[in-house]
Design a protein around this ligand. Sequence first.
Ligand code: UDP
Length: 254
Amino acid sequence: MSRRKKIYEGKAKILYEGPEPGTIVQYFKDDATAFNGEKHATLEGKGVLNNRISEHIMLGLQRIGIPTHFIKRLNMREQLIRQCEIIPLEIVVRNVAAGSISKRLGIEEGQPLPRPIVEYYFKKDELGDPMISEEHINAFGWAAPHEMDEMVTTALRVNDFLSGLFTGAGIRLVDFKLEFGRVFDGEMQRVILADEISPDSCRLWDMESNEKLDKDRFRRDLGNVTEAYAEVARRLGIMRQNNVVAVANDEGTS
Ligand code: UDP
């Protein structure tokens, strides 16, 4: 790792300079944080699982024509990604009430929403990522109106794709968070999907039992966090067996 220049270290990932200009190496840590960093733990194997799950999802999205920053997985914990200028927004899509919408609007967790709801949050740790409206985004110029159109359309396409993918695995996609970045393709500037899509950024419930298979296991002290992530990977066909070691052992054969 020391051979590479660290560009940025976040709560769950580290970014290193990539081998070619315009590329970055995204390293998945085992660290988990919640409540704006107040709660912290190391969950052995989480980074390996998120690297694989996010790769699987990004490749699936690329296959249906959604541009993403993902280039290729390098090893157990790292993937090569396209450098982009991260737009300081979190785009959340919800299908079922849970978490902050339940608290804010008094809707019981588990209540299906009448239609997918798209929300925006300003990416600012110091402020605890406050919820914002399109008015704020326009007024402060955080994203241009055509970029907003692109992000919302893409977020809804991602929702359709992921809902189908997870339904096939016996999992309900409750909600998820996306981040986007700007890239230049010749003269053209456009937005692409960035960051990761994993049980850290999605709420995933078992279709039958409603058991949580996502980061809420950590936020709410439910235990067996990595086991739940491994179960998601297993059901998506990423892992042959239901254990983290299988992911590690897979490396030589994939
Ligand atoms: N989320 C995320 N990062 C954040 C905030 C939310 O990945 O900084 C995800 C979260 O895992 C969930 C969805 O976005 O899948 C909606 O989160 P919510 O607004 O309910 O916030 P929370 O209850 O997680 O604080």
